[in-house]
Write a protein that binds this ligand. Structure first.
Ligand SMILES: [Cu+2]
Length: 281
C-alpha cells in the first residue's frame, strides 16, 4: 500500500499533517477519498548511473486520472517531481510534462545506490475547495551498497561549481512561522550572480527534514511576480530577489527539527544546487 497518497497543505487537515509525509497512507479529501499514485514505475530496484524513467499517473478520488493541471506564470503549475536520497545527500528536481492521458514520465539518473524518496507535488487545475496543491510520495531503491552520509552541520558558505552561496546570520527559525534567510551568490570571479528564471522562479528553496523526510518548498521571484507564494495552513511566504546576487529565501516548515535546504537557481545557464543545514525550533 505504499503507493497510497498523502495530501499535504490541505487546509481542512491539521496543519502539522501538512508535510508529515512520514504518516504513510492518508485520507485526504473527505472520508476515504484520496489521491493516489497509480502504476508508479520503477517498481523494482534500479541501477545507479544509468537513465531510469520514473512514471506514474495520479488517480483522483473519483477513480479517474488527473489530467488538468494549473498553468500560467510562476512556479506553482503542473507537477513537480522531487527525489531525495534518504540521507539527504542528493536531490533531483524536475517539472515533467503531463500527457493528455494524465501519465507523467521523467528520465533521471540516480548518482549512487540507496533509498530515494519520491515526492510528486501536484497543482491540479480544479482541486477541491481550498486545495491548491498536494504531495504524493513513494520510494525508489537503487541497487548496491548505500553509503549513508551524515548530514553536514550548518555551514554559512557553500561553493557549487565555483559559485559561492553565503547565508547571512539570522534569528532562530520556528515551525509554522514564516521567516526569511538572506543568501548572497557570487560567481567564480566574485561578482554578484545574475539569476535567470528556471521552472517559473528565480530560485527554488526545497526543504526536507532529516529522518522523517517531511517536505516543504518555497520560491524566490522578482518583486511583483504572481503565483510565487507558498502556503502552509494559514501561513504563507514569498521569497524575493531585488538586488543582483541576493536572495531573500522564504522559510516555512511544518515542524521543528534539522532540515536540509536545497537552494536551486540558474546562473549563466548553470543549474546550481546549494545545500544548507538549518535548525528549526
Ligand atoms: Cu520549485
Amino acid at each position: 500500500m505504499t503507493r497510497l497518497a498523502l495530501a499535504l497543505v490541505l487546509p481542512a487537515v491539521v496543519v502539522v499533517a501538512g508535510c508529515g509525509s512520514s504518516a504513510g497512507p492518508s485520507v485526504t479529501v473527505g472520508a476515504a477519498r484520496t489521491y493516489q499514485l497509480q502504476n508508479f514505475e520503477p517498481a523494482r530496484a534500479v541501477r545507479a548511473g544509468k537513465p531510469t524513467v520514473v512514471s506514474f499517473t495520479i488517480r483522483q478520488p473519483d477513480g479517474t486520472p488527473l489530467t488538468q493541471y494549473k498553468r500560467g506564470p510562476g512556479p506553482h503549475t503542473g507537477i513537480h517531481l522531487i527525489i531525495v536520497r534518504s540521507d539527504l545527500s542528493t536531490i533531483i528536481h524536475r517539472h515533467p510534462p503531463v500527457q493528455a492521458s494524465g501519465r507523467t514520465s521523467q528520465r533521471v539518473v540516480f548518482p549512487a545506490p540507496g533509498r530515494y524518496r519520491v515526492v510528486v507535488d501536484a497543482y491540479p487545475a480544479h482541486g477541491p475547495a481550498g486545495l491548491r496543491n498536494f504531495q504524493l510520495v513513494d520510494w525508489i531503491r537503487v541497487a548496491g551498497k548505500a553509503r549513508s552520509q551524515p548530514l553536514p552541520p550548518y555551514q554559512p558558505d557553500v561553493i557549487v561549481d565555483g559559485y559561492r552561496f553565503t547565508m547571512h546570520p539570522h534569528p532562530a527559525l520556528h515551525a509554522i512561522d514564516p521567516a526569511f534567510l538572506t543568501v548572497t551568490v557570487r560567481d567564480p570571479s566574485g561578482r554578484p550572480a545574475t539569476f535567470s528564471p528556471w521552472y517559473g522562479a528565480l530560485a527554488h528553496a526545497i526543504f526536507f527534514r532529516q529522518g522523517s523526510l517531511d517536505y516543504f518548498h518555497t520560491h524566490i521571484c522578482s518583486p511583483g511576480a504572481t503565483g510565487c507564494t507558498s502556503l502552509l495552513g494559514g501561513s504563507k511566504v514569498t521569497g524575493t530577489s531585488t538586488t543582483p546576487g541576493k536572495l531573500s529565501v522564504g522559510v516555512l516548515v511544518p515542524i521543528a527539527g534539522t532540515w536540509r535546504l536545497f537552494l536551486q537557481t540558474q546562473v549563466n545557464g548553470h543549474i546550481l544546487t546549494a545545500p544548507f543545514t538549518v535548525q528549526v525550533r
